[in-house]
Each structure stands twice: as C-alpha cells, then as structure tokens.
Write a protein that binds this ligand. Structure first.
Ligand code: PLP
Length: 398
C-alpha cells in the first residue's frame, strides 16, 4: 500500500537537525566526549518533596481511574493560590483554570479552538516551533512577526499592517523568551492589550519560563496588566520551573471563554492528567518559592560562569535576564548551521543553530545552561584552544 501523508504534515517546516543529529551521534560513537549545550531540558532532578508526593499518591486506587477533564479542583485551587501570591492576580479555579498534559499540548490544541481554514495567526520568529505547527494543523496561515535584537526581541506591533491585523485571530507571545532570553515590560504588555482590543485578536502568552529569572527580576504575567484577562490566555508549565519535563503537566489560565473552548477541544482528544501527578503538582506549587530559590541559584551561577568565561576569551554576548539560554551572535560568513557543525566537529561542543527557531534566528546560536559548571568551563576552553574558530570569533567582536 502507498501511504500518502496529509497535506497539513507536508506544510510543517522540515526537521533541520537531522544532519546535526547524525554528526552528534558520530562524535559520540568515536568516544569523544561531547559537551551538549544544545538541550532545552534541565539536567537536575525533580525536587524530592514532589517525588515523594507522587509515590504516595500512586498507591491510592482513587487516583488510578480517569481523571476529570479540567483537572482536580484541589489542583486548580492550588494554582489559583500560587498565582495570587506570585502575580497578585485572582483566578476563579472553576472557570479560569484548566490542567494540561504539559503546556505544549495546550498550546498546540489552542489553535483548533479559534482558527478556521485560511485564518491568520501572528507568530513570532524566532520562536518555539509549536505555535506555527498548531496554526497549520488547524488549517490556518501563520503570519511571521519578526523579533529583532534592536527591538529587544519584542514584536513591533505598529509594523503589522492593518489588513493583516484585521484578519488575525491569535497573537502568540512568549516571555521570558525561548530562545533569546528576552523579557517583556509592563509597557509592552499594555500595548499588546490595546492592539488586541482594537483588532479583536486573542493573545496567547506562553509563560513556560516565568520562574527561571535572575537577580530578582521577576517576569510579569500577561494577566497582571489591565485588560489582560479580557483578551488573553496564559500557558504555564511545571517542566522548566521544577525540572519536571518528563512528567507532562502544565496549565492554562485566563479569559473564561477561552478556557472553556480549550476544554471543549481537549474533552474530545485527551482524558486529562494522571491524578497522582496533579497531587504532586499541588505539592510543587505549595513549596514553589522555596524550591525555586535553589533551582534559580544554580542557573544564575552557571550563567555567570558562562558569561565570565566567554568574556575572558573576548566573546561579547547579551546577558539574559531570564530563561536558561544564551542567544549569541555568530561570526559573519557562517550560517548558524555551518557554525554549529564546526563547533561540534572541531571542539566537541553541541549548540542549537538559530535557524531552528525560524529564519530570523539565522546568525545566532542558542546555548543552554543545562550542564554543570565544570562542563561549561571546559566547553569555553575548547573553543579558545581551537585556533580557527577562535580567530573567527575575535574578528567579529569590534
Ligand atoms: C519547554 C517549552 C514549553 C513546553 O513545556 P511543556 O510544559 O513541557 O510542554 C513551552 N514553551 C516553551 C517556550 C518551551 O521552551
């Protein structure tokens, strides 16, 4: 039989990293020790109070049955309490909160709630690829909104033509931003609310890195600004915050009608989050401040060591205020893919090429702080010791 895949799949941008993956595998097979700064997945374990809660809850047969679609009320209450403490925003646990099987799941399904075939959605570039994929799967057309360094990686809303804005159903945002580490100001969010109201556009804010910040610069929730809850939905995740990427749990909060339509779609697709994991999630939120203080401390130390080491060898970089990523300009004359391949071959250091996040990511690489301090130092040392690459880097610093 000849299998012909659906057109929606052929519209998804190709997976660019296949060659790099092969190169990585080859390097590892040769027994060379690769330092992988390419992974957006915490290397640290989930804090033990959360694991203990899961183990207890896993033995309780009450938790073995289908969970409720929208999440345990106690889970949603814990979210509401945490949200009030952290952002000063009141949420109704019954109507303004929904549990997700990770925020990626919710974001991917969200387009199905609002997009009709042919509708536009405003998608930032560079960005996490799920926004675009979700729009395409819903039959919509992603419209690229560039995020430029000279604009602090915030979209320039005035540059969006009125006829585009009028046709757009959703504006996707993500601050703190993967891959650039940029954060949004209150001013910017206020502009977004005004723009959204003017053109009747729903704002979908991905806040997966809201708790991964440095020097006490607490990122804002989109719902903190006036009118935010009227026009928006915000996606949160336990993955990066509590080193829980494998657990698959997240949640969405915001406008009651948006939560309701998301619930309508999800009811027809999945059957909720394992209750024992939700119980562990309650524990995590109760102890969020204490647990995160520690996790943040580790990333801050790694970030400072990385920045200091790169500066010592003369590589100028932008210091991120949040996320565990560094977004670094590469020497001219290389594509991000070529430069990444070179770093891997010559230094045994893996990074992520900017092009993987969209065409406006070209000219950059993303480095993750998801390895220990020793490896960070070793990676920078290897770069410095490779004369060819190091010369190129120095050339572009003036
Ligand atoms: C990691 C990541 C997510 C996915 O989080 P899950 O809750 O694990 O699905 C969402 N958005 C961004 C920007 C991310 O980097």
């Amino acid at each position: 039989m000849k299998i012909k895949k659906a057109e929606r799949l052929t519209q998804i941008p190709p997976y660019l990293f296949a060659d790099l993956d092969k190169l990585k595998k080859k390097t590892e097979e040769k027994g060379e020790n690769l330092i992988d700064l390419g992974i957006g997945d915490p290397d640290l374990p989930t804090p033990s109070p959360i694991i203990e809660k899961l183990s207890q809850a896993a033995y309780n047969p009450e938790n073995h049955r289908y969970p409720s679609y929208e999440g345990l009320l106690s889970f949603r209450q814990a979210i509401s309490q945490w949200y009030k403490r952290r952002f000063g925003v009141k949420l109704d646990p019954q109507n303004e909160i929904i549990a997700l099987i990770g925020s990626k799941e919710g974001i991917a399904h969200f387009s199905l709630c609002l997009i009709n075939p042919g509708d536009l959605a405003l998608v930032p570039d560079p960005a996490y690829p799920v926004y675009k994929a979700g729009v395409i799967f819903a039959g919509g057309r992603p419209f690229t909104v560039p995020l430029l360094e000279e604009k602090d990686f915030l979209p320039c809303l005035e540059d969006i033509e009125e006829k585009v804005a009028r046709k757009a159903k959703i504006l996707f945002l993500n601050y703190p931003h993967n891959p650039t580490g940029a954060v949004a100001s209150k001013n910017f969010f206020e502009e977004v609310v005004e723009f959204a109201k003017k053109f009747n556009i729903v704002v979908c804010h991905d806040a997966a890195y809201s708790e991964t910040f440095f020097n006490g610069h607490r990122p804002l929730s989109f719902l903190e600004v006036k009118g935010g809850k009227e026009v928006g939905i915000e996606f949160h995740s336990f993955s990066k915050t509590f080193n829980m990427t494998g657990w698959r749990i997240g949640f969405a909060v915001g406008n009651e009608e948006l939560i309701k339509v998301l619930s309508e779609v999800k009811t027809n697709i999945d059957s909720g989050v394992f209750q024992a994991i939700q119980k562990a999630g309650i524990e995590a939120l109760k102890k969020e401040e204490e647990l995160n203080e520690k996790i943040r401390g580790i990333y801050q130390k790694r970030r400072d060591i990385m920045i200091e080491s790169l500066r010592e060898i003369g590589w100028k970089i932008r210091i991120p205020k949040a996320t565990f990523y560094l977004w670094i300009k590469i020497p001219r004359g290389f594509s991000s893919m070529e430069f990444t391949a070179k770093l891997m071959k010559r230094c045994g250091v893996a990074v992520t090429p900017g092009i993987g996040f969209g065409s406006y990511g070209e000219g950059y690489i993303r480095i993750s702080l998801t390895v220990d301090e020793k490896k960070i130092k070793e990676a920078v040392k290897r770069i410095k010791e490779d004369k060819t690459i190091y010369k190129e880097i120095l050339k572009c610093q003036n």
